[in-house]
Design a protein around this ligand. Structure first.
Ligand SMILES: NC(=O)c1ccc[n+]([C@@H]2O[C@H](COP(=O)([O-])OP(=O)(O)OC[C@H]3O[C@@H](n4cnc5c(N)ncnc54)[C@H](O)[C@@H]3O)[C@@H](O)[C@H]2O)c1
Length: 338
């Protein structure tokens, strides 16, 4: 079987992880990388046997032979870069969030349909073992009716996280903490409970010098009938405290917690005991002074390659990816910003 050829645009914090994961994947080959910051691109090129690198995205698309482009740039560039890639004939994997508006997501999906090129979104938390177990229990109806979900994202981001970045904390370029810190969690809430039908919230910038909110709380109503609460902050003192979701169903209760949905903290489901002997050790993406959510990008890449070879479908396409963006828009529109 020939290797799937990847090219990556964006060699920043998580772009480096894409490169490392693809380099370690036997069924993948990296043909080129791109970053407008020449030093960033060159540093990654030198780390990986002088990988070909570009500083201009359009030039890379015009010159390379590849199967998939990974878009790993700031949020405001996702839609435009993904559409460019698909129009140039490449399947495209886009980091979360898919884009900053439903309108842009629709344009991306239209480009995928008109070009016949695949569009996938990175949702690596769907591969966390506790998350998959909960999904299985819900899909099999073992929890009965879902009554409540409670999602807490209680994290720390130091001021330098924003100050050192040209886009984080900026309304136009980043969009806000729901796009950055909460989008994986919102994706899972929708995966389990259906679309967000109603929302009401309150958000503030409490302890950072930024344009976007750093804290908020929202009440949600999901299509499944579940009521939910979502609390998010990057103001926790010193380090991440918790990233958790509790599900209260008619026939069971599950809490997936730890700092980044990496632990089963409580599991009591009628007729569905926690399987014995399951092993999991989901690790966080670590960036020195702060940690993000789980680092299952290797599983995202394996799922994508399997999908291309018609061997399973654990990928998340653009229509599925759009759901969390629509929910985030809905929540922000219904949120009072103090
Ligand atoms: N899945 C996850 O858990 C996860 C974790 C972290 C970040 N992310 C997402 O990955 C994306 C990138 O985040 P990051 O933390 O790596 O950001 P970053 O700022 O560290 O890196 C972005 C890189 O893109 C480059 N870039 C910007 N504009 C460009 C252009 N026009 N052409 C080429 N390169 C350009 C920058 O020079 C920079 O090196 C964001 O969407 C972010 O939300 C996802």
């Amino acid at each position: 079987m020939s290797k799937t050829r990847f090219a990556i645009v964006g060699c920043g914090s998580i772009g480096k992880r894409h490169i490392a994961v693809l380099d370690a994947e036997p069924k993948a080959e990296i043909v080129a990388i791109c970053d407008k910051d020449e030093d960033a691109a060159r540093a990654q090129s030198e780390l990986y046997d002088d990988l070909p690198f570009f500083t201009d995205y359009a030039t890379m698309l015009a010159e390379i032979e590849a199967d998939v482009i990974n878009v790993v740039t700031p949020h405001h560039l996702h839609a435009e870069m993904a559409i460019q890639a698909m129009n140039a004939g490449f399947d495209t994997l886009v980091e979360k969030p898919m884009a900053l508006s439903t309108e842009d997501c629709e344009k991306m999906n239209a480009a995928s349909e008109s070009t016949g090129k695949q569009l996938w979104i990175v949702k690596q938390n769907r591969h966390n073992v506790p998350v998959k177990l909960a999904k299985d229990a819900i899909d099999k109806g073992m929890l009965g009716q879902l009554f409540m979900v409670k999602c807490d994202i209680l994290w720390n981001r130091y001021q330098g996280y924003y100050d050192d970045s040209p886009w984080r904390g900026n309304k136009e370029l980043e969009g806000g903490a729901l796009f950055t810190q909460a989008s994986h969690f919102i994706d899972l809430l929708i995966w389990w409970c259906g679309d967000v039908l109603e929302a009401k919230g309150h958000a503030e910038t409490q302890n950072h010098s930024i344009e976007t909110e750093d804290s908020g709380a929202a009440i949600l109503k999901f299509k499944s009938g579940a009521i939910g609460s979502l609390v998010w902050t990057t103001c926790v003192y010193n380090k991440n405290y918790e990233g958790s979701i509790t599900i209260i169903g008619e026939k069971g209760t599950i809490k997936i917690g730890g700092k980044y949905l990496n632990k089963i903290e409580f599991w009591e489901v009628e007729g569905y005991p926690l399987p014995e002997g399951i092993e999991f050790s989901d690790k966080p993406n670590a960036y020195g002074k702060y940690q993000g959510t789980s680092s299952n990008h290797d599983k995202v890449v394996k799922a994508l390659i399997a999908h291309l070879h018609k061997d399973g479908n654990e990928t998340v396409d653009g229509f599925e990816g759009m759901k969390s963006i629509t929910a985030i828009e809905h929540i922000y529109n219904a949120t009072k910003h103090a």
